[in-house]
Design a protein around this ligand. Structure first.
Ligand SMILES: C[S@@+](CC[C@H](N)C(=O)[O-])C[C@H]1O[C@@H](n2cnc3c(N)ncnc32)[C@H](O)[C@@H]1O
Length: 290
């Protein structure tokens, strides 16, 4: 049972909710144009996490045969429960359990930066059929602007977070997260180096601004609550990342405080008092052909 990522780095809720919004049907056409793949391709998603992109792919390509793999057992269990009609399995991207020349399309989102490039690209090149397509999605610098009622930390919150900051509990360093991150120009060069041709890039913007009038109330609430989940997940991770530093009572108080702030944000939205907080994500789509 490997739950290193879901326990220490990003929890299920954080990934699932943020990706569900980033890969919502609003952006279907933009992603389909960038992917440029056949309707009934065999698609392998590498490092699928809790499976939000996998589910979007299944909606966008209903005739495709889609499999998601990830090393984290909790993500795979969650993904399989959420979408039992899809195939998910635990596997290592550095040693894919698939035959040479057997897959039409490989796709991944925010995974390349964590895996040694000769393994990441080499394994996908090996399993892809000649003419098969490799799609590497990565998050580029976006814009984050938090509503005042959420950004404001009281002295209790400040004290808890400063207690944690003083510890050397940087999971990003411990687990070499993002060790192989590359710039927008280096990434296509490296893809070519590993044998891919017709390499191209596309960039897709997702504007997640709850107060925009084109968003339904339900969608606006989803946007606010995705951030609530990320904040709660950060608290839920404390016992793993900084064991014994924050008591159970304090953790409970911290969760209550977070929920109060997000409830207030929702109330402001419902009353039509605009905050214009926003999360703009920029996804790079790198595409190469074997
Ligand atoms: C930033 S998360 C992205 C997850 C998912 N693609 C998403 O966007 O929600 C990175 C994912 O890569 C997975 N991962 C990292 N190294 C891996 C490897 N060698 N084999 C399989 N999965 C791996 C992690 O378990 C994690 O789910």
């Amino acid at each position: 049972m490997n739950t290193i990522w879901s326990d220490n780095i990003q929890n299920i809720g954080t990934l699932y909710h943020s990706r569900t919004l980033r890969f919502s049907d609003t952006y279907k056409e933009a992603f389909q144009n960038a992917f440029c793949i056949g309707k009934n391709a065999g698609i392998l998603e590498i490092g699928c996490g809790p499976g939000a992109l996998t589910q979007s792919l299944a909606r966008w390509y209903p005739d495709a045969a889609i499999t998601g793999i990830d090393r984290d057992s909790a993500f795979i269990q969650f993904a399989a429960q959420k979408a039992p009609q899809l195939k998910f399995m635990e596997a290592d991207a550095a040693a894919l359990p698939f035959a040479d020349n057997s897959i039409d399309v490989t796709i991944s989102n925010t995974v390349q930066e964590h895996i040694e490039p000769s393994k990441f690209f080499g394994e996908q090149f090996r399993v892809l059929k000649p003419g098969g397509i490799c799609l590497v999605l990565s998050a580029r610098r976006g814009i984050q602007n938090t509503a005042g009622c959420i950004a404001e930390e009281n002295s209790f919150e400040q004290e808890i977070w400063s207690r944690i900051e003083q510890l050397d509990c940087n999971m990003t360093e411990k687990y070499a997260v993002g060790q192989y991150a590359m710039s927008e120009s280096a990434l296509p060069t490296v893809m070519e180096r590993y044998g891919f041709r017709q390499v191209s890039t596309e960039y897709i913007v997702a504007n997640l601004t709850p107060d925009n009038p084109q968003n339904s109330k339900e969608l606006a609430h989803c946007m606010i609550n995705a951030h609530r989940q990320t904040a709660l997940d950060a608290v839920n991770a404390i016992p793993y990342t900084a064991p014994g530093v924050v008591s159970d009572v304090e953790l409970k108080q911290l969760r209550t405080r977070i929920n109060e702030k997000y409830d207030q944000r929702i109330a402001l939205y419902n009353e039509g008092i605009k905050q214009w907080d926003t999360s703009i994500s920029l996804t790079m789509v790198l595409r190469g052909v074997k």
